[in-house]
Design a binder for this molecule. Structure first.
Ligand code: FAD
Length: 416
């Protein structure tokens, strides 16, 4: 069996790695000059910035733990740093342990008490598909959906929870299926954030070193050739038994258009969110410098979604004695125009951290159509997209398995 994987992000590299370990002959085509997709670490004066994820959640015995072990990757965990939500004009600490939820100022008392009833809420069948906010309101109460959920979801998917399908965070339904979210979380081994030495790019570099990757080849055309598939891109042609499309849904739709129109239509209807990222370096400021970062309750952010502290996660990303921040702006939220430039972002940061020193260096990235936005109806679109594929064609992506690297690693382990 010969397979060509189109797309050398973490999904495509993992698909190729799993197939190769089964003894199949696999090649990966990646449109960009380097493999990794969003999981790449870029050098920045005496340190680095991440293109996408800062780290990955790893639990004992999980697919991510197996992957790091099998790749022989050296990882470290920064431990559990404080995190905050910007709400009501101030940064409010997020409780580190479940009992803290009863005293937190993040929600009114009635909402906190309602949370205690979550283990007793009956499990609901999967149909009809709910929105993310409806799911959380049903299980945890309207207060949690209004006061807690919006910032968390903005921090992961950069979009409003009420527009998203519950399938946008696939873990939620898996936990509910076990009887209760709280009970499932209590019974599962605790995950910790882990970062490979040298940054997240070490993960995709290690994978790319184990499989055959051809960079700078964007697949342009996909056609049937008898029982096989003919793929063309940049003067190259391959005739293979199987093609695994590991590109974003919109690109997969373009390639499938002529041969699988129903799948292509469903994939083209899956929206993606763009986000503006600002990296900045400052004099360290307690307690922020020793924490994970903060997310802003979206109605108060006017498009400023929050800021992480990469120098806490991995001190090697910044020169010694420097605090590095990474601010997120825009996404699917209405955004005030000042936030398009660093000065506006600095003003937004100071609104939450008044003592923050001026930046000694800044860097901006525009992450275009970077994050899948599984809106209500995603489940049906996914079923049509996958159901319309002929034998010998498949699609793997975070838009299929879930937004984070952990979802992709678990999803592809199951897929393989
Ligand atoms: C800003 C940001 C922050 C994030 N933070 C986190 C985080 O903290 N934790 C976490 O777990 N996850 C995070 N993620 C999500 C994580 O990065 C993604 O889930 C993951 O990288 C998706 O990988 P993928 O391979 O599915 O897609 P991609 O990374 O998009 O890879 C697809 C690849 O296909 C290539 N391609 C496209 N068209 C073609 C073609 N025609 N031919 C050949 N190749 C093609 C592209 O160049 C690309 O390399 C973040 C993402 C972003 C954007």
């Amino acid at each position: 069996m010969t397979t060509l994987v189109l797309g050398g992000g973490v999904s495509g590299l993992l698909a190729a790695w799993h197939l190769q370990r089964r003894g199949e002959s696999v090649e990966v085509w990646e449109a960009q000059d380097t493999p990794g997709g969003w999981v790449q670490t870029l050098p920045w004066e005496g340190g680095y910035v991440e293109r996408g994820p800062q780290g990955v959640l790893v639990a004992p015995g999980s697919a991510t733990e197996r992957l790091f072990r099998e790749l022989g990757l050296d990882t470290r965990s920064p431990g559990h740093g404080a995190r905050w939500v910007g709400k009501g004009g101030a940064l409010i600490p997020v409780p580190a342990k479940p009992p803290g939820i009863l005293t937190t100022k993040l929600m009114p008392l009635s909402a906190r008490l309602r949370l205690l009833r979550e283990p007793f809420v009956p499990v609901r069948g999967p149909e009809p598909e709910e929105s993310l906010s409806a799911f959380v309101a049903r299980r945890m109460g309207r207060g949690a959906a209004e006061h807690l959920l919006p910032a968390m979801v903005a921090g992961i998917l950069a979009a409003p929870a009420e527009r998203l399908s519950v399938d946008a965070l696939p873990k939620l339904r898996q936990w509910e299926a076990k009887g209760s979210i709280f009970k499932a979380l209590k019974s599962e081994p605790r995950s910790e954030l882990r970062i490979p030495k040298g940054g997240m790019g070490a993960l995709t570099k290690a994978l790319a070193s184990k499989v055959q990757v051809r960079c700078g080849i964007r697949a342009e055309r996909l056609e049937r050739e008898g029982e096989c598939w003919r793929v063309t891109g940049l003067g190259e042609t391959r005739i293979v038994d199987r093609v695994v499309l590991a590109c974003p849904a919109f690109e997969t739709a373009r390639l499938l258009g002529p041969i699988a129109p129903l799948s292509a239509e469903a994939l083209a209807a899956m929206p993606y969110t763009s986000v503006r990222l600002f990296h900045s370096r400052h004099a360290p400021l307690a307690p922020l410098k020793d924490g994970f970062g903060f997310l802003v309750h979206p109605p108060e952010g006017r498009g400023f979604l929050g800021a992480l502290v990469p120098s806490w996660m991995d001190p090697a990303c910044a020169p010694e004695g420097v605090m590095q921040l990474r601010s997120f702006v825009g996404g699917a939220f209405p955004t005030s125009p000042e936030l398009e430039a660093w000065e506006g972002v600095m003003t937004a940061l100071r609104q939450w951290i008044p003592a923050l020193a001026e930046a000694s260096a800044t860097r901006e990235e525009w992450a275009e159509r970077a994050i899948p936005r599984p809106e209500l109806g995603h489940r049906a679109r996914l079923a049509v997209a996958l159901g319309g594929l002929s034998p010998g064609l498949d699609w793997v992506s975070n838009a299929r398995f879930g937004p984070g690297v952990r979802d992709v690693v678990e999803g592809l382990e199951g897929w393989a």
